[in-house]
Design a protein around this ligand. Structure first.
Ligand code: HEM
Ligand code: CU
Length: 572
């Protein structure tokens, strides 16, 4: 396993004498990561206040909690900025870094990289202006399907984000293709295989949302069409919505599989197994969207059953990951002197924020993953559907595992790009543990509230029918909100501190990225993308063919002219 040490700038040996260009690369990755963190800052700023507004006791004692007055505006800003903009910017920047570093070559086109960035950034600005400028009209939430219709600019912001991400994907594919041409008989490094899988899956999944926006939402918003079909729109949205969650997760897996073993001082158990896991994500994470629509009428139970089955299958590569990465961590602990059956989790580098953040993320992911299996089974889903159990689930997965892993990446990538050491390691450690405790409490309390009937997406402090048990757990959630607020402040002290105040040079540490695959045993056909696309196509046909036949309602003629959208989100 070769590795490269990181000087002030990213030097890509394959292109000697182009340091200026290389500097520009560094700028580009930096621009993505910094923009991502600014989007997250706007988004998580809302989070604690949402927990306060949902807590009956909190509102009783502090009736005039500041920050926002219209609840759905806050939830929209929070969801859109965190789940759509922060993630996409971070993933694109990190993926560029991984691909360039692993393949030892520059991106195919720096110019295309900037065009993509600018499109996404304009999308971000348009989106923020729209949500802040017209809170009632644009509070359609990050799931934005009809009947609520937002101002056209909301959708244009989204289109720019998606088109930008497609350009980024094309850039990555072309870079890979260039490498493959020069190395036809080599296995691509695992991290790059995973990034390829992630963007291929993203390109397929985003077709759903592109069709929804271009043919339904945008024309409705502009008044070109007067009616819409929420069922069809929801189906198109969730065709995209589940690949979306894996789009967030796979970069975290890249870190767990290809960086954490070395950071923790161990060795990955099996690289071929990891490759198979990523390919399983490619083919199984798209044909499962109906698990978000178990309560939807107009879709047959058999289709829902097929999607349940496929969802259970897509949990298999996650179990494979738990085993593979778990074994790597055990190996790391044995190297550090762990002897007994159960002491290896304690013998990890818990004092290193980069390792601790990922381990904490994994702990949260265990809870989040299992709660996901409950969501995914059609019958159990009925008990938790649209309750606060659901945000509990995705704050331990997305807000916990994924976000903490991105933060761990930030803690080495930002210094590498800025050329200055992380502002404060102890603060970083405190941030990681407060986030772990805060999200664990948030997950538990919101989950309990949900089981006791608290709805999600509701100003529960005002609801007359809240059970005492639900009210209690929502109060506990507000406590988790305070802890998470502290953690967020620590995060941004370190972020801005590293950018502006840190004076130490970045450590000449190794960036944890492999440059050649150490794997000599995986079959090369694992990289036959045409084959995997074929398999995915067949699965999609089986899983979605009947669904679209149902929602498009061919029996009564092609009927999508059923519903008059109201133009406003619900009023407070
Ligand atoms: C400071 C930490 C955070 C707190 C206290 C927090 C709090 C909340 C609360 C209370 C809700 C529920 C709103 C409702 O259903 O009425 C919510 C929703 C949500 N949160 Fe967070 N959150 C935090 C961080 C994050 C992060 C880091 C992400 C993603 C990267 C995230 C993504 C979401 C999403 C996607 C929703 C759903 C919005 C919707 O239902 O439309 N949150 N959050
Ligand atoms: Cu899903």
């Amino acid at each position: 396993m070769a590795s490269i040490t990181l000087p002030q700038a990213i030097e890509v040996p394959a292109t000697p004498g182009t340091l200026k260009l290389v500097q520009r690369e560094r700028l580009m990755i930096g621009a993505h990561i910094i923009t991502a963190m600014l989007a997250l800052m706007t988004g998580i700023f809302m989070g604690p206040f949402q927990t306060f507004h949902r807590s009956p006791t909190f509102v009783q004692y502090f009736p005039n909690i500041p920050v926002f007055t219209y609840y759905y505006q806050a939830v929209t800003v929070h969801g859109v900025m965190n789940a759509l903009f922060f993630t996409t910017f971070f993933i694109v920047g990190f993926s560029y870094f991984v691909v360039e570093r692993s393949l030892q070559r520059l991106l195919k086109s720096v110019r295309m990289g900037w065009v993509a960035y600018v499109l996404m950034a304009i999308g971000l600005v348009i989106m923020l202006i729209t949500i802040l400028g017209s809170p009632q009209q644009s509070a359609v939430l990050y799931t934005f399907y009809p009947p609520n219709i937002a101002p056209a600019l909301f959708y244009i912001g989204l289109v720019l984000l998606v088109v930008g991400s497609w350009l980024a994907a094309a850039n990555i594919f072309l870079t890979y293709q260039g490498w493959k041409r020069e190395h036809p008989n080599e296995r691509v490094p695992l991290a790059v295989l995973a990034i390829m899988v992630n963007f291929l899956m993203w390109c397929v999944g985003t077709i759903g949302v592109a069709v929804e926006i271009l043919f339904m939402l945008l024309p409705a918003s502009l008044g070109i069409i007067k009616t819409t079909d929420p069922q069809l729109a929801r189906t198109l949205f969730w065709f995209f919505g589940h690949p979306l969650v894996y789009f967030w997760l796979l970069p975290a897996y890249v870190s767990w599989y290809t960086m954490l073993p070395r950071q923790a001082g161990g060795k990955l158990f099996s690289e071929p197994l990891a490759r198979v896991a990523f390919l399983m994500f490619l083919i199984f994470s798209v044909p499962v969207g109906l698990h978000h629509q178990f309560s939807d009428p107009g879709i047959s139970a058999s289709s829902k059953g097929i999607h349940t089955l496929l969802t259970m299958i897509v949990s298999v590569p996650s179990f494979m990951t738990a085993f593979n990465v778990g074994a790597a961590l055990e190996n790391a602990a044995r190297n550090r002197g762990a002897k007994t059956l159960f002491d290896w989790p304690f013998k990890q580098k818990w004092g290193d924020p980069i390792v601790a953040a990922q381990l904490s993320g994994m702990l949260l992911f265990i809870a989040g993953g299992f709660s996901g299996l409950i969501n995914a089974s059609s019958q159990l889903n009925a008990t938790i559907h649209n309750t606060s159990w659901v945000p509990a689930h995705f704050h331990t997965t997305l807000g916990g595992a994924v976000t903490l892993t991105y933060i761990s990446i930030l803690y080495w990538l930002l210094p590498a790009i800025r050329g200055r050491a992380l502002f404060s390691k102890p603060l970083a450690l405190a941030q990681v543990f407060t986030w772990l405790i805060g999200m664990a409490l948030f997950g538990f309390a919101m989950g309990e509230a949900g089981l006791n009937g608290a709805p999600r997406r509701a100003l529960t402090s005002q609801s007359p029918y809240l059970s005492p048990a639900a009210a209690f757990w929502l109060d506990v959630t507000a406590v988790s909100g305070i802890i998470l607020m502290v953690s967020s402040v620590l995060l941004y002290i370190n972020f801005f501190g590293t950018l502006f105040l840190s004076r130490q040079p970045a450590p000449e540490s190794e960036v944890p990225i492999e440059t050649v695959s150490s794997d000599r045993t995986s079959p090369l056909w694992l990289e036959r993308w045409g084959l995997w696309f074929g398999v995915l196509g067949v699965l999609l046909l089986i899983a979605y063919g009947p669904v679209f036949a149902e929602v498009l309602d061919f029996q009564e003629g092609w009927n999508i002219l059923r519903y008059m959208p109201t133009s406003n989100a619900p009023m407070p």
